[in-house]
Design a protein around this ligand. Structure first.
Ligand SMILES: Nc1nc2c(ncn2[C@@H]2O[C@H](COP(=O)(O)OP(=O)(O)OP(=O)(O)O)[C@@H](O)[C@H]2O)c(=O)[nH]1
Ligand SMILES: [Mg+2]
Length: 300
């Protein structure tokens, strides 16, 4: 199976829940107020969000006025509007900072550690040296989980005792990476609810500690978001961003949900780029987010 077919395969649930409904709406009908209303409901129930849905519906209404309302063109119009809404790709780009530091954050169980493992494996295959830092000191099992990924992806690894200060782990990891001339450091953190003020304060401390070791770091603050969460994902992103500044989003578990439409809401409501998408649990199931390819996979 080719790269594109695999993506299509992974997005099957969103495709069924969304595109197939769209096709049902327009079968034997034209774009008119009734079909547009049904379409808007379908968009919203797929978590595309009110704002993004409204942009799409308005654009289709305009086109319909100009007579482009035939059944055949609807899908094409919708595809173009959705693609345009997502904009251009904005991938994680490792530039020549030594080391390039990535901090991974997010609520519990969203896929932070797994995403770090997959990302590390990708960097290794590009010939970069990588160091993983076990900044989730909350549970011994969390340190072990990252250590397993470090072995799988063949990276260096820095850990402290369970229960120790995550800020100190982050600091030591960067100092170690500098002295060993490592290319990329990725720092794991414990999952935390965006509503827990003390835990959000702890993140600020981790960031300050990173900056003591390397003032211009972290170069990327990657918020990991679970696509199955629905609209709460937007709230999470807002608060994490306000707390320490998010530079990009990794949207995971797109393979397990019919609600992949959340990606449009994130783009429209937040203006934080989705840089990576997770489409499975395997080491190869992490992709750069390419808006055009994504929309194409949804529609084909
Ligand atoms: N289907 C699917 N499962 C995923 C994906 N990403 C992560 N997972 C699974 O989600 C579960 C949680 O992943 P972790 O990486 O442990 O999540 P975490 O955010 O580090 O969790 P905490 O450290 O406990 O906050 C695991 O079973 C992963 O295999 C994905 O893209 N698709
Ligand atoms: Mg974890």
């Amino acid at each position: 199976m080719g790269f594109f077919d695999k993506l299509k395969d992974k997005l099957v649930k969103t495709r069924q829940g969304f595109i197939e409904k769209v096709e049902t709406i327009f079968t034997g009908r034209k774009i008119d107020n009734a079909t547009l209303e049904e379409l808007e409901e379908t968009l919203i129930s797929s978590d595309v969000g009110a704002k993004a849905s409204s942009v799409i519906i308005t654009a289709l209404r305009e086109k319909a006025k100009k007579g482009e309302n035939g059944v055949d063109s609807v899908k094409e119009l919708l595809k173009n509007e959705m693609s345009a809404l997502l904009g251009d790709p904005d991938p994680v780009t490792v530039y020549s900072a030594h080391p390039f530091v990535i901090l991974a954050i997010g609520v519990n169980g969203v896929g932070k550690t797994t995403t770090i493992g997959k990302l590390a494996s990708r960097f290794r295959s590009q010939g970069l040296s990588v160091l993983l830092a076990a900044g989730d000191t909350f549970r011994a099992a969390a340190i072990e989980q990252l250590e397993i990924w470090a072995k799988r992806a063949d990276t260096q690894f820095v850990k402290h005792q369970p229960g120790s200060d995550p800020a100190a782990v982050a600091y030591d990891a960067i100092v170690a990476a500098k002295s060993r001339n490592v290319d990329v450091v990725i720092i794991d953190t414990a999952g935390r609810l965006h509503t827990k003020t003390n835990l959000m304060e702890e993140l600020k401390k981790v960031k300050r500690s990173i900056q003591k070791a390397m003032p211009e770091a972290p170069h990327e603050i990657l918020l990991v978001v679970d696509a199955t969460t629905g609209q709460n994902a937007l709230r999470q992103a807002e608060i994490f961003d306000k707390t320490i500044g998010v530079t990009g989003i990794a949207l995971t578990k797109l393979d397990g949900t019919a609600k992949g439409g959340i990606i449009f809401a994130i783009k429209k409501d937040l203006g934080i780029p989705v840089k990576l998408i997770g489409v499975g649990e395997g080491i190869e199931d992490l992709r750069d987010f390419h808006p055009k390819e994504f929309v194409e996979a949804l529609f084909s």
